[in-house]
Structure formats: structure tokens, C-alpha cells
Design a protein around this ligand. Structure first.
Ligand code: FMN
Length: 137
């Protein structure tokens, strides 16, 4: 396959992932690195901005990834489609949008709940029995 066709197709699939809850590209793994350590986690691909081919994800100011990306904006996203057996890795630089009205305030209550996690990720727990998990839907 011609590389430019592959790239166009990959970008379209990434874009579709932001609007199609069932798309496997909805949930890429975001990699960051700081102090010579690499970190990865799943995030929701929320919006694709066509003119600069950027992808918007949401996170908390208190998350590790936020601090890691502030320290070192170099990052990559890995998308995986198990049916097509297709992986797409995108490397880039993170920048920060603090326009709450255009982003956070546009989420519905269920979408907002996805970001309320107790205990906050990264919180040290004293033992495996110390936490009772409850899933609210
Ligand atoms: C399906 C799924 C979607 C997630 N989406 C996000 C997201 O969009 N933003 C986010 O900050 N964390 C999201 N998380 C939680 C992260 O994967 C991670 O556990 C958390 O943000 C803490 O990561 P950090 O300590 O590396 O910052 C999601 C987790 C899962 C399982």
C-alpha cells in the first residue's frame, strides 16, 4: 500500500475514533517519559482537530501524566484495531488547553463521571484489601 494512502486512512480512522464509541481507536495508549522512565496508560480520544492534525484528550491537573507532559511534552499514542490487526503509533508534542467552557463543560454527566476515580490514580494504598472497588454506571 502507498504510504500516503496509509497515513490518510490512519488519520481518518483516528478521527472516527473520536466520534464513534465502538471504534477501537477511541481508547489509545498514551506514553510519556520523565527522568528516563517511560509510562503508559489508556486515554479517551475526545476530539480530532483537522487543520493541525491534533488530538484532544482530557485529564486532571493532578494526574501524573499532566506533570510528566509539562516536564517533557514529547509523547506518543498507540492505537490498536484487533479486527484489522492494525496498530498505528503517532509521536508528537503535547500542548495544553485550559478552555474549560469549550471542552469539559460540553461533556454530559456520564462522561464527566468517567474522570471521577476514587482513590485518585497513583494514590498509595496500604494493602490489597484496603480498597473496595465500586463501579457506578
Ligand atoms: C477505558 C479507560 C479510559 C480512560 N480515559 C482516560 C482519559 O481520557 N483521561 C485520563 O486522564 N485518564 C483516563 N483513564 C485513566 C488512565 O488510564 C490512568 O489510569 C489515569 O489517568 C492515571 O494515569 P497517570 O497516573 O499516568 O496520570 C482511562 C482509563 C481507562 C481504563
Amino acid at each position: 500500500m502507498n504510504v500516503s494512502i496509509f497515513i490518510d486512512d490512519a488519520l481518518k480512522t483516528i478521527q472516527r475514533g473520536t466520534v464513534d464509541r465502538k471504534s477501537p481507536f477511541k481508547l489509545p495508549a498514551l506514553s510519556t517519559s520523565t527522568d528516563n522512565k517511560v509510562f503508559q496508560r489508556i486515554v479517551v480520544a475526545r476530539r480530532f482537530i483537522e487543520h493541525d492534525q491534533s488530538l484532544i484528550i482530557y485529564t486532571d491537573h493532578e494526574s501524573q501524566k499532566y506533570h510528566q507532559l509539562k516536564t517533557n511534552p514529547s509523547c506518543s499514542l498507540l492505537f490498536w484495531d484487533p479486527k484489522k490487526r492494525l496498530q498505528v503509533q503517532v509521536a508528537g508534542e503535547a500542548s495544553f488547553l485550559d478552555n474549560k467552557i469549550d471542552y469539559w463543560d460540553k461533556l454530559n454527566e456520564n462522561q464527566k463521571k468517567d474522570y471521577v476515580i476514587n482513590p485518585f490514580p497513583g494514590t498509595e494504598i496500604s494493602s490489597a484489601d484496603a480498597i473496595v472497588m465500586t463501579v457506578l454506571r
